[in-house]
Design a protein around this ligand. Structure first.
Ligand SMILES: C[S@@+](CC[C@H](N)C(=O)[O-])C[C@H]1O[C@@H](n2cnc3c(N)ncnc32)[C@H](O)[C@@H]1O
Length: 354
């Protein structure tokens, strides 16, 4: 994280104001993007006045003034001779895919629910979810029934990060000669379809809520791998239900972070019991202590309050050292760790402790 000791008093006070006005800046940046102001200003290198922006986009001059002045204060727009031009920050807000999915996720899924973060933290319940989308205990059973924008942004966020890691992971895993892979939390079947398409002798069983299984089966059929992908609807938090057995791999990607430590350890124990003698548990997670740049750790750390207020009230983004401890407590040990996959994912390969 940036070295706060080096800031002058005035600079530190300014940083504090950026936090105090964070939600205001966020909403203005989003509208500068969504109402086409960044796009227009980017296309006009010599700059545009508020009057010109207002006319070209058919927006009230008052709205353009309020948004552009905020854009200027956040460093996304430059103001010279009464004309606005775009800066590097504005350029990234407009064009960078990661910034886009993060902003959409924070607006469409999290923004209103985060108002209830205090209650969620104190009670360990998804209080923000209950005030916005559903009275369910967690967001997972209702993912496929979220309002369209929230659903698109949730899956856009989830898939953006896992898709990037899957390219290299398919290459690694398709060389392992795995015949039967069990995938708790297999979601829409992205991994199952990608792996089975690349590895013709592999079949995958997904364990997830019924809504996700239905989507995953449809996707597998459409991708021509339906015969080697099947699914079982199950509540993975019901620890009295054993996993099916006889698998040479149990694969969990961006899944265990949905749970608090006690559930993670329990799921890992059941994963170990699902393995054949030489089987391995494969965990894919973006750990915030394994990031090579502050951008990664900042994004991950600040995803945790989504888990508290909206997802379940109990989980967060973890560090690799925390996971090593969970793995050991489940009777497993880390055999190998591969870092730097996609946007900073780690593959942890675990075997049963001797
Ligand atoms: C963050 S998504 C992970 C998606 C996917 N593995 C990936 O890498 O993109 C978590 C998945 O776990 C499932 N899940 C969470 N809690 C569950 C539970 N108690 N029972 C069954 N599935 C659950 C969700 O439905 C969702 O599909």
């Amino acid at each position: 994280m940036f070295d706060t000791d080096k800031l002058s008093g005035a600079d530190a006070l300014l940083e504090a104001q950026k936090i105090a006005f964070g939600p205001v800046i966020f909403q203005c940046a989003r509208l500068l993007r969504d109402w086409g102001i960044f796009e227009l200003v980017k296309a006009n290198k010599r700059g545009l006045s508020t009057q010109e922006i207002s006319e070209k986009l058919s927006l009230p001059i008052y709205a353009v003034e309020v948004l552009c002045e905020s854009g200027y204060s956040m460093g996304a727009l430059k103001l010279e001779n009464e004309k606005y031009t775009i800066t590097k920050i504005g350029y990234f807000l407009l064009t960078d895919e990661m910034t886009k999915v993060n902003m959409d996720f924070n607006h469409d899924v999290n923004y209103i629910g985060l108002f209830y973060l205090d209650e969620a933290l104190k009670t360990g319940t998804a209080a923000g979810l209950h005030e916005t989308f559903s009275k369910e205990e967690t967001i997972y059973p209702i993912l496929s029934q979220l309002p369209q924008k929230a659903k698109d942004s949730w899956f856009g966020f989830d898939h953006f990060y896992s898709d990037a890691a899957f390219v290299k992971l398919v290459e690694i895993m398709s060389k392992k000669g795995i015949k039967k892979l069990l995938e708790p939390g297999g979601n829409t079947g992205k991994w199952a379809t990608a792996l089975t398409a690349a590895s013709k002798n592999t079949s995958v069983t997904i364990l997830d809520h019924q809504g996700q299984i239905d989507v995953a089966m449809k996707n597998a059929q459409e991708k021509g791998v339906g015969e080697r992908v099947d699914g079982v609807a199950i509540n993975l938090l019901d620890h009295s239900i054993d996993f099916p057995t006889g698998y040479d791999a149990v694969w969990m990607s961006q899944f265990l972070d949905c749970f608090p430590p006690s559930d993670i350890i329990n799921i890992l124990k059941r994963s170990k019991d699902a393995l054949t003698e030489d089987g391995r548990v494969y965990i894919v997670e973006p750990f915030w202590d394994r990031q090579t740049h502050e951008i990664g750790s900042y994004t991950l750390i600040n995803t945790s309050p989504y888990f508290t207020a909206l997802a379940n009230g109990t989980s967060k983004m973890y560090r690799a050292i925390e996971f090593e401890s969970f793995v050991n407590q489940a009777g497993l040990e880390v055999e190998e760790e591969i870092n730097g996959l996609g946007f900073g994912h780690t593959l942890m390969i675990c075997k049963a402790k001797q």
